[in-house]
Design a protein. Structure first.
Length: 281
């Protein structure tokens, strides 16, 4: 290297490298949401899309969702089910608490206006849009034992991608990516599924509650580790293993405003959202 080259100072390039991801434009590499029914995206500002995904039936998926983002879930086939678990990304010991969420909101199911509370009384996520009016928090999770009794076994060695996957195994794979284990697996929220209780106290599963094109949206009120499985619901009476695919569109919706419908839904919701807000002052 010559003396003149060694003494030449480095300068910024004439055209600066754009921010990654750019804040003012979508960054969705494959805009799969364009395949979703148009009516299922009502209220979504697709110019603020972050990414979209199609999760096959029996699949599993996870992401670290930032506060102020949302996921619109779209049933792409009749009878869809999405078993979801939520953990605070700031402190993983804080996670979704089903009993507290239900008793605080005086409900046995979720719909638009409800919030998913943590065991610290904070809102991890809010249900901001919903075409069904009923999503199941009670019906638990399909595990390998129940799956084998209902459907038999199809292992990867024999069936490759046609293998049977339980919801429990799918979620354990996903939460393991964040240092969580079997002892951290919590009761899920079963989006798109309906489980009621009859006069004798028995669970009743509503077959094909969700139709293709139905949707539900979660806005994340904290930074959240979010994992899902699209395996069948544990109480689904269908004798055949027939999981359904689901579409996801993540977008930047912003944090809950002062006049947010979920804040106004119940005083308990307002407190839970306030408790989340103060973490980000």
């Amino acid at each position: 290297m010559s003396e003149s080259q060694a003494s030449t100072p480095w300068t910024e390039p004439a055209v600066p490298v754009p921010a990654n991801p750019p804040q003012a434009a979508p960054v969705d590499a494959l805009p799969l949401w364009q395949r979703f029914p148009e009516a299922a995206l009502k209220g979504v500002d697709t110019s603020k899309a972050m990414w979209s995904e199609i999760v096959p039936g029996g699949g599993h998926w996870s992401w670290r969702m930032p506060r102020g983002s949302a996921i619109r879930f779209v049933a792409l086939e009749d009878g869809a089910n999405v078993s979801a678990v939520l953990y605070s990304a700031l402190e993983k010991l804080e996670r979704y608490n089903m009993p507290d969420s239900l008793k605080a909101q005086h409900t046995a199911h979720y719909q638009a206006g409800h919030v998913l509370m943590s065991d610290m009384g904070r809102s991890l996520a809010s249900v901001t849009a919903d075409s069904l009016g009923w999503h199941d928090p009670l019906g638990a999770l399909l595990d390998n034992e129940r799956m084998a009794l209902k459907y038999g076994e199809r292992r990867y060695e024999d069936a490759r991608n046609g293998m049977y996957r339980s919801g429990k195994d799918g979620l354990l794979i996903e939460i393991g990516k964040y240092g969580l284990s079997k002892r951290d697996l919590i009761a899920p929220v079963n989006l798109f599924s309906k489980v009621s209780v009859d006069a004798q106290g028995r669970f009743q599963f509503a077959a094909n509650h969700a139709k293709a094109g139905d949707f539900v949206e979660l806005r994340f009120d904290m930074d959240v580790i979010f994992a899902i499985s699209t395996a069948p619901h544990a109480l689904d009476p269908n004798p055949a293993y027939a999981p359904k695919k689901v579409g996801l569109l993540a977008w930047r919706c912003g944090a809950a405003p002062a006049n947010d419908a979920c804040r106004a839904f119940r005083p308990e919701n307002a407190r839970a959202l306030h408790n989340s807000d103060v973490l980000y002052l």
